[in-house]
Ligand binder design. Structure first.
Ligand SMILES: Cc1cc2nc3c(=O)[nH]c(=O)nc-3n(C[C@H](O)[C@H](O)[C@H](O)COP(=O)(O)OP(=O)(O)OC[C@H]3O[C@@H](n4cnc5c(N)ncnc54)[C@H](O)[C@@H]3O)c2cc1C
Length: 526
């Protein structure tokens, strides 16, 4: 690392915000899978002007910069940069909520604003608006996730589709605004995404074309009434019928939010760690043990959840349509609202006594998912990354990177069609099944698409597991691509974009060269 660059950054940011201590760098070099990229320093700017000035220095000394908002991109690379020797630009100090409009339901944020911060802000404002939350930590950035086109659980679950008006620092240090923000006196920059002329926002998501320093996020008016629904099937061959039965309801707007359908492995890993004692230390999970566990916990082979939002009448009608569509297609269909949930919690003990089903345990899992459908962030889901760890997870202080939890996501998109869901499932089972528990969730993310999330969960402390997981990941990604299923988002380890057709690649390279002639911003990312 060039000492002149360090001292110039220190002049811009102050010494405290240019970090070169080995222990801090090491934490940023650690993901949930094996990586070998080194970090040479961390910069912590507090303003867009500081970001601009830092990038100018990086250009001068040809030093690669990797921006993170909160750096919790677990399963996709965490905060590890794309190339060795990079300087990580941590935008966590830029954590202002710079604008909020209750009437028009939007908020404008800086990248350090977390899910927890926005949730608390809306509560403090006594706002009648809901944010959307992901299942990741409440301490994840809203902008980091939106730029990755991540998703949550409410009707505003497709995050990028509910954002607009970016402020972006280009790799050479210029500042631009997208949409109507290009006009200084624009009245519409936070409420109309497209602006006029070419629409630039897409260029800055999942890319290395700029650092986003502000963005507007649209919020959802809390509905008059909310009801969640849960269903399960107990045979694999019922999966296509279930997906096809839900499609018309998603397409015609009866179901406005993402419906998530998880297989038994996925649900089990959210309820407990790997049953090492029952399996006497062997992996992967034997069929008999799986059957016993899911039987005891009342988990189906596939388990779905979704929610209805509207007036009491709208929800009642949607509920009727769902019950009709799923009749004979599911083993169990339950509707839950706040009242029923409270009642169930009170009577969990006698219920268990009468039926044998551990309702308290089921509610423990159900409640956070129920909350997510109302946009309430939760810490609970991170525990699932400790699935294969041998020590019990300490829920007060979870950090999958530090604790060497092994996690990789493969996230193909498929048409909203039962046969496609089956094809993706079968590929995952075939490629992973003899080593890992292929955890899958299938999300009816938009009206026409399924977002399938395949998890490889392992223990980085077990010799050989890192290599095995990497190898299976690449086979899985390759096999899915062979059948035409490409991911909605990729981690730093994924090579699938090498398959991009050459004319597309040529255009992207031309844009990159023109915006970033020194190739300093996240080289090779996407
Ligand atoms: C148990 C569990 C559950 C999860 N559930 C979900 C879920 O429901 N939905 C979901 O989408 N994800 C989920 N995740 C994945 C991940 O943790 C989240 O997507 C998380 O929000 C990403 O981390 P971050 O917000 O800290 O972004 P960061 O790690 O800061 O950034 C992500 C990427 O964007 C780039 N970037 C960040 N900020 C900027 C910027 N300002 N300008 C330009 N580029 C930038 C970074 O270089 C990086 O490549 C889950 C993970 C786990 C372990």
């Amino acid at each position: 690392m060039d000492n002149n660059a360090i001292s110039e950054w220190q002049q811009i940011l102050g010494e405290a915000y240019v970090i070169v201590e080995e222990s801090c760098l090491q934490a940023l070099e650690t993901a949930t899978f094996s990586t070998d990229q080194s970090v040479s320093a961390v910069l912590k700017p507090a303003t867009s002007e500081e970001v601009q000035a830092c990038l100018k220095v990086a250009n001068h000394y040809h030093i690669p910069i990797y921006p993170i908002s909160t750096g919790n991109n677990w399963g996709y690379g965490s905060s590890v940069p794309t190339v060795s020797g990079s300087v990580v630009m941590d935008l966590g100090r830029m954590n202002q909520i710079v604008d909020f409009n209750e009437d028009l339901a939007y908020v404008t944020l800086e990248p350090g604003v977390t899910q927890r911060q926005l949730y608390t802000f809306l509560k403090d404002q006594k706002s009648s608006l809901w944010m959307d939350a992901t299942g990741s930590s409440p301490d994840c950035s809203i902008i980091g996730n939106t730029l990755e086109r991540g998703f949550g659980h409410t009707p505003y679950g497709d995050h990028f589709a509910h954002s607009c008006g970016m402020e972006v620092v280009l790799p050479t240090g210029e500042l631009i605004h997208t949409g109507f923000g290009r006009f200084e006196n624009s009245q519409a920059k936070s409420i109309y995404a497209w602006g006029v002329g070419p629409w630039l926002d897409g260029l800055f998501s999942q890319s290395n074309f700029g650092i986003v320093t502000q963005m507007t996020i649209w919020l959802m008016p809390a509905p008059e009434y909310f009801q969640a629904f849960y269903f399960s099937i107990d045979q694999e061959d019922k999966l296509p019928g279930l997906i096809n039965a839900l499609r018309p309801l998603r397409l015609n707007g009866t179901i406005k939010s993402a419906v998530h359908i998880g297989n038994h492995y996925k649900v089990l890993s959210s309820m407990q760690q790997y049953p090492w004692a029952l399996t006497q230390g062997t992996t992967p999970l034997p069929e008999e043990v799986l059957s016993e566990l899911i039987g005891n916990l009342g988990i189906g082979v596939w388990n779905g959840s979704g929610a209805l939002y509207g007036t009491h009448r709208q929800v009642a009608e949607a509920r009727r349509l769902i019950a009709t569509a799923l009749r004979g297609k599911v083993k169990r269909l339950q509707f839950l609202d706040d009242q029923i949930l409270e009642f169930a919690a009170q009577f969990a003990k006698p219920y268990q006594w009468m039926t044998g089903l551990n309702l308290s345990r089921v509610l423990q899992v159900l409640k956070p998912v129920y909350g997510l459908m109302k946009g309430i962030p939760t810490e609970t889901q991170i525990a699932s990354t400790y699935w294969r760890k041998k020590d019990p997870v300490s829920k007060a202080n979870m950090d999958p990177d530090r604790d060497r939890c092994g996690l990789m996501w493969c996230a193909p998109i498929a048409p909203l069609d039962g046969d496609h869901a089956v094809k993706v499932r079968d590929i995952a089972y075939r490629v992973l099944g003899d080593e890992f528990e292929p955890m899958i969730s299938i999300t009816l993310l938009t009206e026409r698409s399924l977002s399938c999330l395949i998890t490889i969960s392992f223990d980085r402390d077990q010799p050989g597991e890192d290599e095995k997981a990497q190898s299976r990941f690449h086979i899985l990604s390759q096999k899915l691509a062979e059948f035409g299923y490409y991911p909605y988002r990729i981690g730093i380890q994924d090579k699938v974009l090498e398959k991009t057709d050459s004319s597309n690649q040529k255009l992207l390279t031309t844009i990159k060269q023109s915006l970033d002639p020194e190739n300093i911003l996240s080289p090779k990312r996407y």
